[in-house]
Design a protein around this ligand. Structure first.
Ligand SMILES: CC(=O)CC(=O)C(=O)O
Ligand SMILES: [Mg+2]
Length: 219
């Protein structure tokens, strides 16, 4: 397993941001979607990462930018076809993530059966926290995630509402795609995802372990 010192650098170490969509029961109910039978998997490019001190930029032509707070798992060493019971051996740490989504682009793409790439992968679409050491998250199956816009709470949930657990998600993705040191898997948004406007400030947290804050600006 990579050391915490190496994994602190996960944004340049990893090659992939793998993402799971529609993975919370309350979100599925809120959006009127059926419970998926298998994890819905997509990718975001690592060029979409930003860190605190940088701003989320609304992509050109986007009229409705949505926030989604998610828990990210950082892969600690290369793995493929991992059994669910072995998954913990490959988790190197965690990060708190905003899966920013150009919701109008995504809606248009879904209607035509097109991919979500632009709606999820534009520059600044993946604000992330610093590295969170593995031992700080005692129980990844029941930990609180929250998000505020301009100080008002918009999302507050526990990972216990996830449809597919961390072991199920990581095992499933690794059955098809080799995961490498520093790759991040973002595990889905709880209910309450919604729009943000230029000039607003997004704050998010993982229990009392990590807080992040990002302003939203026009191009
Ligand atoms: C519809 C979505 O944007 C899916 C997604 O990313 C999620 O977290 O759920
Ligand atoms: Mg998401």
């Amino acid at each position: 397993m990579a050391s915490d010192d190496r994994l602190r650098n996960f944004r340049s170490l990893g090659k992939k941001i793998m993402a799971v969509g529609r993975n919370y029961r309350a979100l599925a109910a809120e959006q009127g979607n059926p419970i998926p039978e298998k994890p819905i998997v997509f990718m975001k490019p690592t060029t979409s990462y930003i860190t605190e001190g940088q701003s989320i930029k609304i992509p050109l032509g986007c009229k409705t930018l949505f926030f989604e707070v998610e828990l990210g798992v950082i892969i600690g060493r290369r793995c493929s076809k991992v059994q669910e019971q072995e998954v913990d051996d490959y988790i190197g740490g965690y990060c708190l993530v905003l899966d920013m989504t150009a919701q109008d682009f995504q809606r248009g793409a879904k209607a035509k059966g097109h991919p979500w790439c632009l709606s999820k992968g534009f520059d600044t679409a993946c604000p992330v926290s610093d590295f969170i050491p593995k031992e700080k998250v005692k129980n990844y199956s029941d930990i609180e995630l929250w998000l505020k816009v301009n100080g008002l709470i918009k999302q507050k949930s526990s990972t216990s509402d996830m449809i597919f657990s961390f072991p199920q998600v990581i095992s499933y993705i690794s059955s098809y795609i080799t995961l490498e040191e520093g790759d991040v898997i973002i595990t889905g948004s709880p209910a309450g995802a919604g729009p943000v406007e230029p000039g607003e400030i997004i704050e998010a947290g993982l229990a009392d372990i990590m807080n992040i804050k990002f302003p939203v600006i026009a191009q």
